[in-house]
Design a protein. Structure first.
Length: 367
């Protein structure tokens, strides 16, 4: 049994093969195949690592109504068979688990089943008997509409034993599935809690702590590989006036608006977060200062042209700095350079972009 989870790893170590997206644990839980966002069970599949037939029990992960990934438990049918026969050895070779399509999933001796004699019924909640040539089949709906528990009864005298045992085995297997689902939900909630801890509630960007953590990894990676990395630091112009004139609810709407415009304009590889108050930072890996300035100007111009909350408008000032040329050895050091450029943008009349240069170091006052 394996637990699949999208755990946090460093940017430089992260790799996710496209092949994963074709695996059953992923495909059964995606929005197009699971529009109701339920915990789902895959069809039987052959494990590529040679572990035999498997089923996947998967739960989609959503954050703020956006699909983020899948948490899944893969269960080997050999293990499921062990669970099946651990309760009552007298039922060995007589009990089987089959899928909704009548495919044999678990049976200790792989005894064949007469599929024509079995009429799968998703409405079956307890058990029902079906007459066969040398005895009976007893059908029980183990996982509603997905898997069934089948007992092959060689004679009528054996029926009493099975009826006595069926509820015990049903309880064991049902509890087994329930534990898996509870574990999935726990993992899902842990992921959701982690996402909430990493995010700024208003802007729906990374908060400062998470931004600094990830950005420091990007800067370290850039230095080790002699790659450029740039920082865009943006600040909403005259934000205090916006709050004072229209109220904090409009100020909050302004932050949400600017955050949304920035997120729309950046690349998937870029990391963006709310640095504090009305200030935002974008970390751009493998990007020189000229490219970063073009991106910054695009963001600034888009915001200047846009409106929010009954046609209100805001502008932003931006400072840009590049780590490779400056030998800035940390994200914090790089932000200090971008902050000096941002201060100069404010002095230049706001609503403009300034690139960092060493001569800005003499500017000591703050905006």
């Amino acid at each position: 049994m394996c637990l699949w989870a999208d755990a946090y790893v460093g940017i430089k170590d992260f790799y996710f093969s496209e092949y994963i997206y074709s695996k059953p644990f992923w495909s059964v839980a995606t929005p197009e195949n699971n529009p109701t966002n339920e915990t789902v069970i895959s069809e039987l599949y052959l494990d590529a690592a040679g572990k035999g037939l498997m089923i996947s029990i998967s739960t989609p992960v959503y954050f703020k109504d956006e699909f983020k990934g899948v948490v899944s438990l893969d269960v080997g049918l050999d293990y499921l068979s062990d669970v099946l026969y651990s309760y009552n050895s007298s039922l060995n070779n007589y009990a089987s688990i089959i899928t909704k399509n009548g495919v044999l999933a678990a049976n200790k001796e792989n005894i064949g089943i007469n599929e024509e004699a079995i009429k799968l019924d998703k409405n079956t909640k307890t058990y029902k008997l079906t007459k066969k040539t040398d005895g009976y089949y007893m059908l029980s709906n183990l996982i509603n509409g997905r898997f069934y528990l089948i007992y092959q009864l060689p004679n009528a005298d054996f029926t009493r034993l099975v009826i006595k045992s069926i509820y015990g085995i049903q309880i064991i297997l049902t509890l087994f599935i329930v534990i898996l689902v509870l574990l999935l939900n726990l993992t899902k909630n842990l992921i959701k809690t982690k996402k909430m801890a990493e995010s700024d509630g208003l802007s729906q960007m990374y908060n400062r702590m998470t931004l600094e953590k990830i950005s420091n990894e990007i800067v370290d990676h850039a230095q080790k590989n002699d790659e450029p990395v740039s920082i865009i630091m943006a600040d909403i112009d005259l934000f205090k006036n916006l709050n004072d004139q229209y109220g904090h609810h409009v100020g909050d709407a302004g932050i949400i608006h600017v955050a949304s415009m920035i997120k729309q304009a950046i690349r998937k590889a870029d990391i963006v977060g709310r640095y504090g108050g009305e200030e935002f930072v974008v970390t751009m890996p493998n990007t020189n200062i000229e490219t970063a300035k073009l991106a910054a100007d695009r963001i600034r111009q888009n915001i200047e042209k846009s409106t929010f909350y009954n046609d209100k408008k805001v502008t932003i000032s931006i400072g840009v700095a590049e780590g490779q040329d400056l030998s800035a050895h940390s994200f914090h050091a790089l932000c200090q350079k971008a902050d000096l450029a941002l201060y100069q943008a404010k002095k230049n009349g706001r609503n403009c972009t300034v690139k960092y240069s060493p001569d800005l170091e003499n500017l000591t006052s703050k905006h």
